[in-house]
Design a protein around this ligand. Structure first.
Ligand SMILES: [Ca+2]
Ligand SMILES: [Ca+2]
Ligand SMILES: [Ca+2]
Length: 359
């Protein structure tokens, strides 16, 4: 270490000390000479100073640590106590006990050093500078997936979402199902039941006033919603099921009446969706429709029908069921004292789709 001090001429030392006592040692005279950092210590000729005494350089101190002008024994108070680290996401921190310790900078810190050996701008993660992925969300997201930046690999990745749920097929191709991150068309192999009411032997059990027959328009509802002229395939006079097809229900109480399917075999562990088309003219609180599933023990209502559906519309219900080998489904209607004439409920194109079955 280079000393800041320059000794003045020997005579000067002597002449200074002359005023106090002839043979006094300048390092033991109780006076701070210009070359001493504190009284009788520090500098090039006197003993090193003790803790807490004034210093200018490390060598002024017995501890060899001069921090903020005072001798210290804390190595972490030394200027540049720990070396700078070239790694962009590591820092050298001083621990009074352990000395310099390498630690990662907080995750998420930008690492954008621009030296030739440095990685491109990125984000620190566990001490490593990871390339930023860029706009993963825009590029990798879709109807059944969400794009994320995988910090470990520094690459965009997609997370599958809504597996087995309905999604919009690209290009306005209608509805599909999310399968392994993509919206896939319905697999006809997974259609385990369907009825368009065109087959008279489909086995439906029909309670009055339900009927299966050809579509006949009505013109009697006080709500202005009529029985449809077509079935759900828009075939005029096509086959459907409805409450008093072509007519209205009187404002009288009606006991619960259902149209019930045959038993439907269900692949073990399958997840099912029920889809159907409907036109409805019911009355909230008075005339009520429901969709029910028999799970092998009891009928469970899965949906209360929307009371007013003026045009053929598709409904989809995920069926949450225990693993059972067989189900039945039924559409039921009941009415308390009604206030008006209403055309009822028409249904068609009933389908049960297995969303996790492969052909
Ligand atoms: Ca002195
Ligand atoms: Ca039909
Ligand atoms: Ca009707």
């Amino acid at each position: 270490m280079v000393s800041e001090y320059t000794l003045t001429a020997g005579e000067g030392v002597e002449s200074d000390s002359d005023s106090d006592s002839d043979d006094s040692d300048p390092c033991d005279n109780g006076i701070q000479e210009p070359w001493e950092s504190d009284i009788d210590c520090g500098g090039p000729i006197c003993v090193a100073c003790d803790l807490g005494q004034a210093c200018k350089v490390d060598s002024d101190c017995d501890s060899a640590i001069c921090a903020d002008g005072l001798c210290s024994d804390n190595p972490c108070e030394q200027a540049n106590a720990c070396p700078l680290i070239a790694a962009p996401c590591l820092q050298s921190l001083c621990d009074p006990e352990l000395g310099c310790v390498l630690e990662p900078v907080p995750n998420g810190n930008p690492c954008s050093d621009t030296g030739p050996m440095d990685p491109p701008p990125g984000t620190c993660f566990d001490g490593i500078c990871i390339d930023d992925c860029g706009p993963c969300e825009e590029e990798f997201s879709g109807p059944c997936r969400v794009g994320i930046c995988d910090l470990l690999s520094g690459e965009c990745a997609a997370i599958w979402t809504q597996e087995g749920e309905l999604c919009e097929l690209p290009g306005g191709m209608g509805e599909g199902l999310c399968f392994e991150g993509s919206c896939a068309p319905f697999d006809f192999g997974s259609l385990i039941f369907s009825s368009d009411f065109g087959d008279p032997n489909a086995g439906w059990i029909v309670d009055e006033p339900w009927q299966i027959g050809n579509a006949i328009g009505s013109a009697c509802s006080d709500n202005g919603i009529d029985d449809p002229l077509t079935d759900a395939d828009f075939d005029e006079g096509g086959q459907l099921a409805g409450l008093l097809i072509g007519g209205c229900l009187p404002p009288e109480p009606t006991q619960k009446a259902c149209i019930t399917s045959v038993p439907i075999q269900v692949p073990f562990g399958s997840e099912l969706i029920l889809r159907y088309w409907e036109v409805a003219d019911l009355t909230p609180g008075t005339a009520r429709g429901s969709v029910e599933i028999f799970d092998g023990k009891i009928w469970i209502e899965h949906l209360e029908a929307a009371p007013q559906v003026p045009l053929w519309s598709e409904q989809t219900i995920p069926l949450e069921l225990p693993p059972i080998p067989e189900i039945q489904l039924r559409f039921c209607f009941e009415a308390s004292e009604g206030a008006s004439l209403y055309s009822g409920w028409s249904i068609d194109n009933i389908e049960v789709v297995c969303t996790n079955c492969r052909p």
